[in-house]
Design a protein around this ligand. Structure first.
Ligand code: SF4
Length: 87
């Protein structure tokens, strides 16, 4: 009986880890589907430092390592602009 429970637990763990891996892959695809923006940095009031707690690294438009869906590259993870949107 214990062996059967162990087998079920191992199977459940494998399914959970496979599901997590699939989520990571899909998340990675979503990130790579972003298209680099072209808005001038001056127009976006881009700055190379955060605005309070807001920074490119936590913005939904950020494309690692130095891109942005709105503002022309390069932008830095510690930068900020007026289009900031928390992801
Ligand atoms: S804060 Fe501005 S520059 Fe930075 S990622 Fe977001 S939209 Fe792009």
């Amino acid at each position: 009986m214990t062996d059967e429970r162990d087998a079920i637990s191992r199977r459940a763990a494998l399914v959970q880890s496979a599901t997590g891996a699939a989520a990571l892959v899909l998340g990675g695809c979503a990130t790579s589907s972003k298209v680099q923006g072209r808005a001038p940095q001056v127009e976006a009031q881009y700055q190379d430092h955060p605005s309070g707690l807001e920074r490119c690294g936590t913005c939904k438009h950020f494309i690692p390592l130095s891109g942005c869906e709105i503002v022309a590259a390069p932008v830095q993870a510690n930068g900020w602009c007026k289009y900031y949107k928390l992801f």
